[in-house]
Design a protein around this ligand. Structure first.
Ligand code: SF4
Length: 400
């Protein structure tokens, strides 16, 4: 037998009408609140993004700006809903990123510890041996990582034939462990991209970092278009693209919009969109920067989820500076991959045990191989959309 309790704070002398309202202190079998459903706060752009059933690459910057500037509470709710339409919200891809060649880079990226132009105290190294990299990948796999990323601090791959040969061995070795393999090696041409594809490479990381307008204040030795040319080579070789940005480079909110617009209007959306929060490195031009506000990080993730609904959104550098509750808000807003392990390139990283404990507390779990973009393509081609929410909570019903 159900018992209706009087709501806390509802005096007994007042008429108590449990059938008209729902209170948290009632054992509820009262009908739901008959109030009309909330109205979408902004115009049709937001509603369209909220109702998306497939990615689109014809976004205008103004449209993305409208989404980005939606009140945050509405934006994150919409992102969370769209996230459930395209992904299982409990599944977080665990990746480990290893620096396979540290420092000595000729570029002048003003946030980077590995540029030879800044005195950051980092000692340059040669390319790691294939065996040592594969041993690190094995450890990462044992700890639950399903993607192993390898980064080398180079401007480009010109004249690096032997290094490329060794990197291809690393890629083959990582793939033979049943893991996804990603590399970031600077600029590559079409031929190098094809070689990496033939070796089995899953994804190539090449961040655009920020908006086209803000970019020249951050890097002068490589143009935005050169970055896009590498991304094009990677896409044309049939390798997944991992490209995203760094927040906290002294940019303005419209630069977050510009960053998302760049990747959202590529011929195909990137498989992966990393969101980094700057970790200021002493000795670099941005070494004294103050931290990016968390609401800007959250807003960027939520906007990216709505604009890039199928893409894996990767909570990358700077996660170790976020309290667990903030990380969970990011997952709620659509982030579904993390870097985990001992280190992330030259910056600190949340360890496997810490992440496992967080997953346990919040009902999260590592993404399985068949849930990744790569895995879905391998097993079922363009699999039909999985719906992870009840019929009654479809966008149309919520924002009728
Ligand atoms: S290209 Fe990469 S390694 Fe080189 S300075 Fe820029 S971010 Fe650092």
């Amino acid at each position: 037998m159900r018992v209706l309790l009087r709501p806390v704070g509802c005096p007994p002398s007042r008429a108590f009408t449990p059938r008209l309202s729902r209170c948290f202190s009632t054992v509820v079998d009262a009908p739901p609140n008959p109030a009309p459903p909330p109205k979408a706060p902004s115009g049709s752009v937001f509603q369209d993004a909220f109702g998306a059933v497939a990615p689109r690459t014809n976004w205008t910057r103004d449209e993305i700006s409208q989404v980005y500037n939606t009140p945050l509470i509405e934006l994150t709710f919409a992102a969370s809903t769209v996230h459930r339409r395209f992904h299982n919200p409990a599944a977080i891809q665990m990746c480990t990123l290893m620096n396979i060649k540290t420092g000595g880079c000729s570029e002048d990226c003003s946030y980077c510890a590995q540029s030879s132009r800044y005195d950051t105290g980092l000692k340059a190294t040669k390319l790691s041996s294939v065996d040592s990299v594969l041993e690190a990948a094995r450890i990462a796999k044992e700890n639950g990582s399903s993607r192993f990323c390898m980064g080398a601090a180079w401007r480009d791959m010109r004249g690096r034939k032997t290094n490329l040969k060794n990197i291809k061995e690393m890629v083959k070795g990582v793939r033979s462990l049943g893991m996804e393999a990603c590399v970031t090696l600077g600029m590559i041409d079409a031929e190098q991209a094809k070689e990496l594809k033939d070796a089995g490479l899953t994804a190539y990381n090449h961040n655009v970092d920020t908006s086209r307008e803000h970019y020249p204040t951050v890097i002068t030795t490589r143009s935005y278009d050169e970055r896009l040319a590498t991304i094009k080579n990677v896409q044309q070789a049939g390798i997944h693209v991992c490209t995203g940005g760094i927040l906290g480079l002294g940019e303005r909110p419209q630069d977050h919009v510009g960053l998302i617009h760049t990747v959202a209007t590529l011929p195909a959306h990137p498989e992966s969109f990393p969101v980094n929060a700057l970790v200021p490195i002493k000795g670099t031009p941005l070494g004294e920067s103050s931290a990016i506000a968390f609401d800007a990080v959250l807003r960027t993730i939520a906007t990216a989820r709505l604009v890039l609904p199928k893409t894996i959104i990767r909570l990358a550098a700077g996660r170790h500076t976020m309290r667990e509750e903030k990380q969970i808000l990011c997952f709620q807003a659509g982030a579904n991959a993390i870097f985990t392990g001992e280190k992330m390139l030259t910056t600190a990283c949340n360890g496997w045990e810490e992440d496992k404990a967080m997953f346990e507390r919040w009902g999260l779990r590592p993404m399985t191989q068949d849930e990744t973009v790569q895995g879905q393509q391998e097993t079922a081609g363009e699999k039909k959309l999985e719906m992870h929410f009840d019929e009654g909570t479809t966008p149309k019903n919520v924002y009728a």
